[in-house]
Design a protein around this ligand. Structure first.
Ligand code: PLP
Length: 396
């Protein structure tokens, strides 16, 4: 079959290949990026479904506006306001089919073949694939424990004049890193100085374990004149409520929102009205704060257990920053004591020992660090996390 040229630049994800091996009986998986299904607020969602069908069945089951179901846009604007984006109107956002669709719409509306886009090294794999599908030339900006290195980022912006910069500033996937407050301000100032569009992808910001992370770029943009016009913010209910709902949203300047809405019309007409009405009722019922408190507590315990177990079992063969939120530990093999130092080799040996994680290389669009690994603590309980770490030690 003759496929479109655009497919030539995209390979099947290495992670997908790895997932085929996860069916092995008894395997402990730290590989997924899923939230734990045992934490879904089934009663709350069932009540929201009943409300949605009881109150406005027409709205929940009929075709709807491409921009989104208005009561959900209102609830999402209020949810964002409760987190500090006080000046946001429902019209400033559209509902998307997961935040993944927001990324796709950004690709569709902004990227022409050969356009440059700056992403973090490492970044979310599906973003790399999606932007490449539209022909983007991706440029990798280095990160450290405080997120993207702003000095290097500014140089790259000046040199490459990218179409936009894509960042996951809070509990990044896969890095777990959070951009410091000082750097957040610098990023917004840089956007204005170089007139560069910044995309803030923020599916994990609510999953913090101790203190709340610094305010989002969206919240901070109110204090940096001109920056709101150069900022896109993507949100999602996937990691905090349910990915199966496929409810995400995108806040963007009006001109971009209009183009994205037009493209969305050709993609899926609108996000499922049934899912949107359910999400709207769920938010309206005021259940979100309790749900967030519950998931934060469970993931905090698991993150601590994983950090402790990795330190105990793997010692100086591995190094990582203890995550303060999100779903992932991002680690590096040190090769200490002649132990394995390549993430891909270690992943294969680990599967033989009955434990899986994702090697870090696919998360880099350029110059991969082969010693890196991403381990999710979200879906295994504390006992499994400890057992998994012991198996990892055997695979070293
Ligand atoms: C950084 C990041 N962005 C976007 C997504 C897409 O999430 P969803 O489409 O479920 O909202 C994910 C999911 O893993 C992610 O990690």
């Amino acid at each position: 079959m003759q496929f479109a040229d655009r497919l030539n630049k995209v390979e099947t994800s290495a992670i997908r290949e790895l997932f085929k091996l996860l069916g092995k009986p008894g395997i402990i998986s730290f590989a997924g990026g899923f939230p734990d299904s045992a934490l879904f607020d089934v009663d709350g969602i069932r009540a929201a479904v009943n409300q949605a069908l009881g109150e406005e069945p027409g709205g929940a089951l009929q075709y709807g506006a491409t921009e989104g179901y208005q009561p959900l846009r209102e609830q999402l604007a209020a949810f964002m306001a409760s987190k500090g984006a006080k000046d946001l109107a429902p019209e400033n956002l559209i509902v998307t089919t997961g935040s993944q669709q927001a990324l796709d719409l950004l690709g569709k509306t902004l990227i022409s073949p050969g356009d440059k886009v700056i992403v973090e090294g490492p970044t979310f794999l599906a973003t790399i694939q999606c932007f490449r599908l539209y022909g983007a030339e991706l440029i990798s900006a280095p990160i450290d424990a405080d997120g993207v290195q702003t000095g290097a980022l500014e140089q790259l912006i000046a040199e490459h004049k990218p179409k936009f910069v894509y960042l996951i500033p809070t509990f990044g996937n896969p890095s777990g890193a959070t951009l410091s407050l000082a750097r957040r301000k610098q990023v917004l100032e840089m956007a204005v100085k170089h007139q560069t569009l910044i995309v803030e992808d923020d599916p994990y910001g609510d999953l913090y374990f101790g203190d709340a992370p610094p305010p989002s770029l969206l919240n901070l943009s109110a204090n940096v004149p001109g920056s709101r016009d150069l900022l896109v913010h993507c949100g999602s209910l996937s990691k905090v409520l349910s990915p199966g709902l496929r409810v995400g949203w995108m806040v963007a300047p009006a001109e971009l929102l209009a183009k994205a809405t037009m493209c969305k019309q050709f993609s899926d007409a609108h996000t499922s009205t049934f899912a949107q009405a359910t999400a709207a009722q769920y938010l309206k019922a005021g259940r979100m704060p309790a749900t967030l408190a519950k998931v934060r507590a469970v993931y905090a315990e698991r993150a601590q257990a994983m950090g402790d177990a990795l330190r105990k079992e793997l010692g100086d063969a591995i190094e990582f920053v203890q995550p303060q939120g999100g779903l992932f530990v991002w680690a590096r093999l040190t090769g200490a004591g002649g132990k394995v130092a390549d993430g891909n080799v270690f992943a294969k040996r680990s599967i033989d020992e009955g434990v899986a994680f994702v090697p870090g290389t696919p998360f880099f669009c350029a110059q991969p660090d082969h010693a890196t690994l991403r381990l999710s603590f979200a879906t295994a309980d504390v006992d499994k996390i400890r057992e998994g770490a012991a198996r990892l030690a055997r695979a070293l």
